[in-house]
Ligand binder design. Structure first.
Ligand SMILES: Nc1nc2c(c(=O)[nH]1)N[C@H]1C(S)=C(S)[C@@H](COP(=O)(O)OP(=O)(O)OC[C@H]3O[C@@H](n4cnc5c(=O)[nH]c(N)nc54)[C@H](O)[C@@H]3O)O[C@H]1N2
Ligand SMILES: Nc1nc2c(c(=O)[nH]1)N[C@H]1C(S)=C(S)[C@@H](COP(=O)(O)OP(=O)(O)OC[C@H]3O[C@@H](n4cnc5c(=O)[nH]c(N)nc54)[C@H](O)[C@@H]3O)O[C@H]1N2
Ligand code: SF4
Ligand SMILES: [Mo]
Length: 894
């Protein structure tokens, strides 16, 4: 950003992961802005990962939901806000009157701002009088929440990011930090660069990009983390690596925990399918290091033993007093930008606001008194998976889905479809029109998106930051809190007449201080000092961490009445559904570097589409052989619940017996790649968090007659093809296709698919009928409009150089000939698939530079071709390419 723009720039926060990076946005017209990292923000000091850097590409209004709509006779019709809200509120009220408050529900999201979340929770628990409000954080953080409450008496994360700078050992459990929390990972990388003795241990069944820098990777058998950490607890106790004073003064329950953890390293190695020497190396390093941080995320939480996994980890930290002090502690890394804020307002069905408990009468009375509300929910509401079952069975008749896409993201996702099809009233608030979930909405409400909304979020280190609007509200979109408050007023509830979000924040802050004294209802979550912020103070609010001015647990006092932390006995158990028989493989699901969840936002950014343009099923080559599937071809993944189709890949990081499928693709981006349909709906018995990482499946061939792809400026008629997937390019859509039909006449078929009915169109084609190969290019006004490639095998030309042709104003004769030949006729034009999304550097460019200039380190590659020089997320891949080129050389020489 240059100096002249500085005064126009707005300081806000990235809307993606829980790192919560500060962003500076400089508006460039109504739908555009320049995005950069905020150097003054203490969570990222100016750095952004590739998703954050590409935020500017997601701001356009294409596909945005801009007006309220209601469904009539199956069709959506635009209506006024009054009509939409009147209709929603009158049906809601009728259902509550006829069937009681538990017949309605809200299903919300960790992507709401704290103010939105606060209002939603207040509405349901204090006014409707039901705790039937759950959130997608149930799918994400609920095991960590439950584990914290069991161990600490309150949901508290006792680590700050700065602790990563001084820790001597970082253990990452079930966390692909390099891809999912890139700026935190870079912080670990820098600590390790500065102090090479810092140890990094990664515990993950897959060898992920996060393992690249690890001193030790423990590829645990899926689902066995409790054995591993129980073994660590037993080992530490056996060798006396304990802090007796801390245990005596600040904890209780150690004997029972030790009894449950009675296991030797040899037994651990066997149960976790690890090498004994690796298990011992981990245990010895942990015992020898005081400043240890154990970071964990979905490989821990999303398990039928998720809460026990969390407590097994915390037990090990309590044993040596490795908590509450600089550079150490168990560190739940939150997923969504406001996962933590949602916990502060008590957005889960079994929580109350401001860290108060739903199951305690004095807590309920306190909240009701503060709200001055007509009622207060007095029993837990339905947790996400149960909620959608209750909708299908007709017990819950109305649901309002806000800022989440459950038909894609819940397990047994076809069940969710059935549930929404059955509901009497489905309201959905979203920022885009076409999502799998919105297709079932009766009332569709347009919300403000990131660039337009204004409020606060709390990140993984409990830091509250302002999100500030920097673009005008488009169409009739409104803030989520405002929509909820207007709805509440239509139901006749007072207590929702907020004029501005700052008033909601002040109320939330005041509630955190309400009765928050040692002799009443003490909680560490206390931001009472912010309750006096007026609007201008709120607008100027700088990032602030709670507890204000002190470290969590620094005094060794935990939130139970006796001040002691609890060791929790964790008896190891296998996942509820284990592989075998009809379903011999275990399905693991997770994230890709450049996509966010169901892609409603990252899917618009060409910069982000290139790294992984298509879904895949990654498995071990020997398992592929047994399943009869081949790399590059298509496979169906099926479970007892459902199935999906994706391309077979051997990424090299998957052990035998497992398959990995990314979570992002859905009904809008692929014909049949919604992995949620396959995932089993088993949940952790305590937290209710689904077992997303462990579903028994079978993989088999998805036979097709032909493979192909199309790059097109205009959308295709996809009903004609059995398999399709779509990705956004710069100025075009990229479609990967495959079909079961035998194509008799390629030309006619291709023109129909591409919607070219003009006989005089500038259409060039090449067909080799006997080989089943076909290529065509459609030129309009000298520019490439579309191109199509078909072959019986998936060995099609590289897409990257073809994509480049869409930028050119006039296609040259050489380029036309190149398209038909299926390769660039000029040397050196094919950059290959993108590796570095920030600078758009392709694989071939990087490999050529490594070869030609004999580059040996990622830093040399960066110096030469820029790749890796911005966010650094592709550095692991660059290192791999260096190895690949070296191996090529060795092979060529030998
Ligand atoms: N690029 C990107 N970043 C994101 C997101 C995104 O969509 N895209 N989403 C955000 C959100 S909401 C979240 S919750 C976080 C999630 O962040 P992560 O938890 O890091 O991401 P995942 O890929 O879901 O899963 C992490 C790892 O758990 C491993 N795992 C599976 N089973 C086991 C097991 O039994 N034991 C252990 N130890 N590991 C296991 C998987 O192999 C996987 O590598 O990411 C956040 N950041
Ligand atoms: N198989 C499998 N499934 C998983 C997981 C897994 O690891 N494996 N992980 C789970 C986890 S951890 C998570 S967090 C979930 C995430 O899953 P979802 O929450 O379903 O995913 P998103 O795509 O983030 O959905 C957000 C929706 O809200 C809309 N939106 C964005 N901003 C706003 C806003 O300000 N207001 C409103 N009203 N709408 C907005 C978006 O357009 C989008 O439709 O997925 C879960 N599902
Ligand atoms: S790490 Fe990336 S996605 Fe996460 S908050 Fe920072 S810039 Fe956004
Ligand atoms: Mo998440």
């Amino acid at each position: 950003m240059n100096l002249s723009q500085e005064h126009l720039s707005v300081a806000t926060t990235c809307p993606y992961c829980g790192v919560g990076c500060g962003v500076k946005a400089v508006p460039q017209g109504p739908q555009n802005a320049t995005i950069s990292g905020d150097a003054a923000h203490p969570s990222n000091f100016g750095r952004l990962c590739v998703k954050g850097s590409a935020l500017g590409e997601t701001l356009g209004l294409d596909g945005r939901l801009l007006h309220p709509q209601v469904r009539e006779g199956g069709q959506l019709r635009q209506v006024s806000w009054d009509d939409a809200l009147d209709r929603a509120a009158s049906q809601w009220r009728r259902i509550v009157d006829e069937h009681g408050p538990d017949a309605v529900a809200l299903y919300v999201s960790g992507q709401l701002l704290t103010e939105d979340y606060y209002v939603a929770n207040k509405l349901m628990k204090g006014y409707v009088g039901s705790a039937n409000i759950d959130t997608n954080s149930r799918l994400c953080m609920s095991s960590a929440v439950a584990g914290h409450k069991r161990a600490f008496g309150e949901d508290l994360v006792p680590v700050d990011y700065a602790d990563l700078d001084i820790a001597d050992m970082v253990v990452l459990v079930g966390s692909n930090t390099a891809w999912c929390h890139p700026i935190l990972y870079q912080r670990i990388v820098r600590a390790k660069e500065a102090r090479p003795d810092v140890k990094l241990v990664v515990i993950d069944p897959r060898r992920t990009a996060t393992c690249e820098l690890a001193d030790l990777h423990l590829p645990v058998k899926p689902g066995t983390d409790v054995w591993l950490f129980n073994g660590l607890l037993a080992y530490l106790a056996r060798i006396g690596a304990v802090d007796p004073a801390f245990i005596a003064n600040h904890t209780q329950g150690l004997p029972d925990a030790l009894e449950a953890a009675d296991i030797t390293p040899e037994e651990v190695a066997q149960a976790c399918r690890l090498k004994l020497e690796d298990v011992l190396a981990f245990y010895e390093a942990f015992a020898a290091t005081t400043k240890v941080i154990t970071g964990f995320s979905m490989g821990v939480n999303q398990s039928s033993a998720g809460t026990d996994k969390v407590n097994a980890i915390i037990n090990c930290h309590l044993l040596g007093g490795r908590i509450g002090k600089p550079g150490m502690g168990p560190f739940s890394i939150t997923g969504q930008p406001n996962a933590m804020g949602g916990r502060e307002v008590g957005g889960l069905a079994n929580m109350l606001a401001a860290h108060l408990d739903l199951d305690k009468p004095d807590h309920r009375a306190a909240v009701q008194e503060f709200w001055n509300s007509p009622r207060i929910a007095d029993k837990p509401g339905l947790k996400a998976v149960d909620l959608f079952h209750a909708i299908e069975s007709g017990k819950v008749k109305a649901v309002w889905v806000i800022a989440t896409n459950p038909i894609v993201s819940l397990p047994d996702a076809d069940q969710v479809k059935r549930a929404l099809a059955k509901a009497e009233l489905v309201i959905a608030s979203d920022v885009v029109t076409d999502t799998d979930t919105n297709a079932f909405a009766h009332v569709l409400l347009p919300a403000l998106a990131w660039a337009e909304k204004d409020g606060t979020v709390t990140n993984s280190e409990r830091r509250i930051s302002r999100q500030r609007a920097f673009l005008p509200a488009p169409g009739e979109a409104r803030a989520d809190w405002k929509i909820l408050a207007d709805f509440a007023q239509r139901l006749g509830y007072t207590g929702f007449d907020y004029a501005h979000q700052s008033e909601i924040f002040a109320e939330h802050a005041a509630l955190s201080a309400w009765k928050n004294t040692l002799d009443a209802l003490p909680r560490a979550f206390h931001i009472g000092a912010l309750a006096s912020l007026d609007r201008s103070g709120y607008d100027a609010l700088q990032p602030v961490q709670w507890p204000l001015g002190r470290r969590v647990f620094a005094d060794g006092r935990f939130s139970f009445p006796d001040g002691r932390a609890r060791f929790v006995p964790t008896v190891p158990r296998l996942p509820v559904n284990t592989a075998g028989g009809e379903y011999p493989l275990v399905l693991n699901t997770g994230r890709m570097r450049d996509h966010w969840h169901t892609m409603t936002r990252t899917g618009r950014a060409p910069k982000l589409a290139e790294h992984t343009p298509e879904s895949f099923v990654d498995l071990h080559p020997q398992d592929a052989l047994l399943c009869g599937v081949r790399e590059g071809e298509l496979a169906r993944v099926s479970s007892a619940w459902g199935s999906m189709v994706a391309r077979v890949k051997h990424g090299g990081g998957i052990a035998r017996g497992s398959v990995f499928v990314p979570i992002h693709w859905n009904g809008q981006t692929a014909s049949d790649a919604r992995v949620g349909a396959v995932v089993n709906p088993v949940v952790d018995p305590i937290s209710g968090e689904p077992e997303f990482k462990h579903t028994p499946v079978i993989v088999d061939r998805f036979p097709v007659q032909w493979h192909g792809f199309v790059l097109s400026r205009t959308p295709l008629d996809l009903d004609m093809v059995a398999y399709w997937t779509r990705a956004q390019g710069t100025g075009f859509q990229r479609y990967e296709l495959a079909g079961r039909n035998r194509i008799a006449d390629f030309g006619t078929w291709a023109r129909q698919l591409l919607g070219v009915d003009d006989d005089d169109a500038d259409w060039l084609e090449y067909a080799d009928r006997s080989a089943g190969v076909y290529r065509a290019v459609h030129v309009v006004d000298d520019r490439i409009a579309q191109c199509i490639f078909v072959s019986p095998r998936p060995d099609l030309p590289e897409r990257a150089w073809l994509a480049g042709l869409f930028a050119s104003e006039a296609l040259t004769d050489v380029e036309r000939a190149g398209v038909l030949a299926g390769r660039p006729l000029k040397q050196g034009l094919d950059a290959g698939p993108t590796v570095c999304s920030c600078f758009g550097v392709g694989r071939n460019t990087i490999c050529n530079a490594i070869r030609d200039k004999d580059l040996k380190t990622a830093a040399e590659v960066t110096a030469c071709v820029k790749a890796g020089g911005n966010c650094g997320s592709c550095v692991p891949e660059i290192r791999q390419l260096i190895t690949v080129v070296r191996e090529e050389r060795v092979a060529a020489a030998g």
